[in-house]
Ligand binder design. Structure first.
Ligand code: G1P
Length: 298
């Protein structure tokens, strides 16, 4: 029996400069898709996959993120007094069990690998998940849950994977595949942000990982990689070929939105709003109207 994956690391130390000026005072992870913060989507996905301990790697200025997970007794009492049960339930869905969340500071922005390494003492010797909240994945079966199921078969380390346009390779970790078994692929190399003509394939790493704890040891060397940063991709690549471990890519079923970019964030906002009963009709009407206006203008 494999050890169950019960811990997840959420690297949320980034400055979110692409969303300035908003991120001057609001952590990017608190920005909302419709009415729920980005981070809530990641938490819900983690919970569905059986995660019980949530480790946030933060930085200065992320106080609002920590507050978000607090209980809100005054607000609760007010909603109760007014009989607003629906809103009370919305609120309660965000509550976490006491002691289930830990915050670790990344004191210097040295890269994603370094952020994950900062949480090493809370992980110990068991497999763990890493979730990048910028990658929002809409799926019938939540992406991390799909991966946990696949991981039961493969063991080793596993990264979520998706085909991207060749010219986009320099935005991702890219996989070199030795065996393609459909949804699962065996990886023989991985490269962080290669130029299109140097990329081994079009299969990119998306921000969901299940990692063997030995990846944390690999990060001990603090070796700098692409962009002069300590890269998680490089530490995972060190696992390739090790007896009983290995690295696998998992082609998840679902739609991924890159909420680290403005266009991706807007697309996700529209898609999630269209999925909601209370917003669908008004929004679709509006979207078809602007399509007409746009056509008329041409
Ligand atoms: C990170 C990883 C990269 C991965 C990407 C997925 O890059 O370093 O390997 O493909 O997330 O979103 P970032 O987007 O943080 O630059």
């Amino acid at each position: 029996m494999r050890k169950k994956v019960t811990k997840a690391i959420f690297p949320v130390a980034g400055l979110g400069t692409r969303f300035l000026p908003a991120t001057k005072s609001v952590p990017k992870e608190i920005m909302t898709l419709v009415d729920r913060p980005l981070v809530q989507y990641a938490i819900d996905e983690a919970r569905a996959a059986g995660i019980k301990e949530f480790i946030f790697v933060t930085s200065r200025g992320k106080g609002a993120l920590e507050d978000y997970f607090d209980h809100a007794p005054t607000l609760e009492a007010e909603l109760e007094a007014k009989g607003k049960t629906d809103l009370l339930n919305v609120l309660k869905d965000t509550y976490m069990e006491s002691g289930a969340i830990a915050y670790i500071r990344q004191h210097k922005a040295l890269g994603l690998g370094h952020a994950v390494w900062c949480a090493r003492r809370l992980i110990g010797n068991e497999p763990f998940a890493v979730m990048l909240p910028d990658d929002v994945i809409a799926a019938e079966t939540p992406c991390l849950q799909q991966m946990v199921e696949a991981y039961e078969e493969t063991g080793g380390s596993m990264v979520a994977a998706m085909e991207v346009l060749p010219e986009k390779s320099s935005s991702y970790g890219m996989l070199d595949v030795s065996r393609d078994m459909g949804s699962i692929v065996e990886v023989k190399d991985m490269v962080e942000k290669p130029k299109p003509d140097e990329s081994p394939s079009n299969l990119a790493v998306i921000g969901r990982y299940i990692l063997n704890p030995s990846v944390l040891n690999n990060l001990n060397h603090k070796k700098k990689g692409a962009g002069g940063e300590i890269q998680l991709t490089d530490a995972i690549a060190e696992e390739i070929g090790k007896e009983g471990r290995g690295v696998f890519g998992y082609r998840f079923r679902g739609q991924r939105f890159d909420c680290g970019s403005k266009a991706g964030f807007l697309q996700a906002t529209v898609a999630f709003a269209l999925a909601r009963d209370d917003l669908r009709d008004d929004l679709s009407r509006y979207l078809s109207e602007i399509k007409h206006i746009d056509k008329a203008a041409q």
